[in-house]
Design a protein around this ligand. Structure first.
Ligand SMILES: [Fe+2]
Length: 320
C-alpha cells in the first residue's frame, strides 16, 4: 500500500515536470535571439524526465516517458520550424538523445533492482537455514520460527503496523531464539527441570541473540524484539523486567504469536490445543504476560487465516 502511494506520487511529479518543461518550451518564443537562447536551454531539460523515469520505474517507465517527451518535442519542432529541414534534423538528433538518456539508465536500474532482489532472496534463504537448524536442534521442529513469523506479521497488520514495520517484526520473530546458539546442549536439551545456575545460562539467550542480530544493518529494529522476547507485560519477564509500553510493540506482538504456535503445533509428549482452547489460554494471560490490546487484535483475526499459515508450514518432513 505504501509502495503504491509512493509510485503514484512519483508519477504525478513526473507528469508535473514534463508539463512545466513543455509549457515553458512552447511559450518561450524563438525570436528575438535572447529568447531563443532561453528556448534552447529549456528544450535541453527534456532529458530530465526520461532519466527520472528510468530511476523510478525502470526501462518500461523510461520508454513511456521518452515517448511522451518525443511527442511534445517533435510536435513543437515541426510547428515552430516548418520547412526548415536542417533545424528539424538537429532537433531529431536531440530527440534520439532523450531515448538514450532513458533507455540506458533504464536497463541499468532494472539490472540493479534484479541484483537487489537476488541479494534479498539470498539473505532470506540464509536466515531460514539458520533458524531451521536452531528450531530442529531445540524442538525437533523445523518450521516453528517461520510460522511464528507469519502469525506475528498478520497480527502486526491487525495492530495497524505499516509494511516496513511488519517486515521488521517478521525478522524479529524469525530470529527470536538465535541467542540459544550460545546455550550448551546439556542445558538446552535437558528433559528435567533446570537448576538455578542452568536457568541463569538459559536466561542470557535474549541478550546473546541481540548482540548477534544488532550488528546486521537491516536487522537493527528486529534486534530489539530478539532482546525483549521474554519480557512480560506485568514486568516479571527477563532480561530487563520491562513493563507494559516499555516493551517494544513488536515484542508484545511476538509474544502472542509465539505462544499461539507453541499451543497449537503438534509436539511429542504434549497434547495439541485447538484454536479455541489456545485463544482462551491467551485471553487468560492478557495483562500478565500479554498486552491486552494485542490480544484484542489477535481475537479479531479470522480463524481461517491462522489455519492457512499452520497448513502452509506443516511439520510433515520432521525426521527426514
Ligand atoms: Fe526465547
Amino acid at each position: 500500500m505504501k509502495k503504491d502511494t509512493g509510485s503514484h506520487k512519483k508519477l504525478l511529479a513526473l507528469i508535473a515536470i514534463i508539463a512545466v518543461i513543455a509549457l515553458l518550451h512552447y511559450l518561450t518564443p524563438t525570436e528575438p535571439h535572447t529568447y531563443h537562447r532561453l528556448h534552447i536551454i529549456l528544450r535541453k531539460l527534456y532529458f530530465l524526465p526520461p532519466v527520472m523515469a528510468a530511476a523510478w520505474f525502470g526501462l518500461r517507465g523510461a520508454c513511456a516517458t521518452a515517448l511522451a517527451v518525443s511527442l511534445l518535442f517533435g510536435t513543437h519542432a515541426f510547428l515552430d520550424w516548418p520547412g526548415n529541414y536542417m533545424e528539424q534534423a538537429n532537433q531529431l538528433g536531440e530527440l534520439a538523445g532523450f531515448w538514450v538518456a532513458g533507455v540506458v539508465p533504464g536497463l541499468l536500474f532494472d539490472r540493479q533492482r534484479e541484483l537487489l532482489r537476488e541479494v534479498a532472496a539470498a539473505n532470506e534463504e540464509t536466515l531460514l537455514a539458520l533458524v531451521s537448524a536452531l528450531d530442529l536442534r531445540e524442538r525437533n521442529t523445523r518450521l516453528h520460527s517461520q510460522r511464528v513469523r507469519e502469525y506475528a506479521e498478520l497480527l502486526a497488520e491487525r495492530c495497524g503496523s505499516d509494511a516496513a514495520t511488519r517486515r521488521e517484526i517478521g525478522f524479529g520473530a524469525l530470529l527470536h531464539d538465535v541467542g540459544k546458539i550460545a546455550v550448551p546442549d546439556h542445558i538446552l536439551l535437558k528433559a528435567d527441570t533446570l537448576s538455578e545456575e542452568e536457568w541463569q545460562v538459559m536466561r542470557r539467550h535474549p541478550e546473546a541473540g541481540y548482540r548477534i542480530v544488532q550488528r546486521i544493518g537491516f536487522l537493527r529494529n528486529a534486534a530489539q524484539i530478539v532482546r525483549a522476547h521474554h519480557e512480560r507485560y506485568d514486568g516479571t519477564g527477563y532480561p530487563r523486567g520491562l513493563r507494559g509500553d516499555e516493551i517494544p510493540p513488536g515484542a508484545r506482538i511476538f509474544m502472542v504469536a509465539d505462544v499461539y504456535d507453541a499451543l497449537t503445533s503438534p509436539r511429542p509428549y504434549r497434547t495439541t490445543m485447538s484454536h479455541e482452547e489456545a485463544a482462551s489460554e491467551i485471553v487468560k494471560r492478557q495483562g500478565s504476560k500479554f498486552d491486552p490490546a494485542v490480544v484484542t487484535a489477535f481475537l479479531s483475526i479470522p480463524v481461517g487465516e491462522l489455519k492457512a499459515i499452520a497448513a502452509r508450514y506443516r511439520e510433515a518432513d520432521v525426521g527426514d
